[in-house]
Design a protein around this ligand. Structure first.
Ligand code: ARG
Length: 293
């Protein structure tokens, strides 16, 4: 048998997996708590360990840094217990910032807080949106295409607003399962061309769109989706994801990715995990050169 026939799929994929350093924004959960309920995971009557939430978050923060990513932190504001979920704070593509306009009054003040932080950091192409959108919770960039969730939070009219502002194609996807109320709870970007998702979280038409665009996608089981396995962040090789999603991790390993499990049990009580805590700040591409800082 020629030696190439003996190469396992994981080895074949591994040769083309490259981790690229990212610039990320996070928010330390100093004021984290579950005091209201705006998704089915949130039960204000059940206890939540603030110290543990902080310790789990610190581990995630250190993990990103140990993988070579740059992690900025925004100061948490008292009275905004969900501000730890930085993914919702904005959408940043090519150095342009689409601000977040939240659906629920409890989170409204987070939008301007994130937007002014980004502005202070030098992001000067900033749009305060006309329509409700919850940042990277519902906008996920795959290569040069934005996948855009709707159904629970982001207004579908925001999709056209995002396309006009960023000038990249925006593909709308409708979520139908309240437990997967944000796109990043049902779908994760693995590389510039690959995603993983939970089909049952989407409407039949949106499922058909995903099958057409990503015929080789990794599909999550109901068990892995239920432990928030899709709330994952990938740098092209390392995939940081809830450790309980063991089946999904194995599927990723077979594709040559390096899944790294994290425990964010306390934040899950608010309906968030690794990806929700992470906003990617994508800089303006420099023609013919490497991206600026
Ligand atoms: N409690 C928050 C909410 O319901 C959780 C947000 C999670 N963030 C995310 N990107 N999915 O809005």
């Amino acid at each position: 048998m020629p030696i190439t026939d003996a190469i396992l799929p994981a080895q074949q994929y591994a040769s083309r997996r490259v981790a690229t350093p990212r610039r990320l924004l996070m928010c330390r959960p100093e004021h984290f708590d579950v005091v209201y309920s705006i998704n089915p995971w949130m039960h204000p009557d059940k206890p939540c360990d603030a110290g543990l939430a902080l310790a789990q978050w610190e581990k995630l923060y250190e993990l990103y840094r140990s993988l070579g990513h740059t992690v900025d932190v925004i100061d948490p504001l008292a009275g905004l217990p969900d501000m730890v979920f930085a993914a919702n704070g904005a959408t940043v593509v090519d150095g342009k910032v689409l601000g977040a306009r939240f659906r629920h009054a409890e989170r409204t003040a987070e939008g301007p807080a994130y937007l002014s932080w980004l502005h202070e950091q030098g992001f000067d192409q900033v749009l305060w949106p006309e329509f409700i959108n919850e940042g990277e919770g519902d906008y996920l960039l795959v290569g040069r295409r934005l996948l855009a969730g709707t159904g629970f939070r982001t207004d579908p009219r925001s999709h056209a607003e995002a396309q006009e502002f960023f000038g990249v194609p925006v593909t709308g996807l409708t979520l139908v399962n309240p437990e997967h109320y944000h796109l990043d709870t049902a779908l994760a970007v693995l590389s510039d061309t690959e995603i993983m998702y939970y089909p049952e979280a989407f409407s039949p038409g949106s499922r058909a769109v995903l099958e057409e665009l990503f015929p080789d996608a990794v599909l999550a089981s109901p068990e892995d989706a239920a432990v928030f396995g899709l709330n994952a962040f990938s740098d092209g090789y390392n995939v940081i994801m809830p450790e309980a999603a063991t089946g999904l991790a194995e599927q990723l390993r077979q594709r040559g990715f390096n899944p790294i499990g994290v425990d964010l049990s306390e934040l899950l009580k608010a309906g968030g995990s690794a990806k929700c805590c992470t906003l990617e700040l994508r800089s303006r591409p420099v023609p013919g050169g490497s991206p600026d800082a």
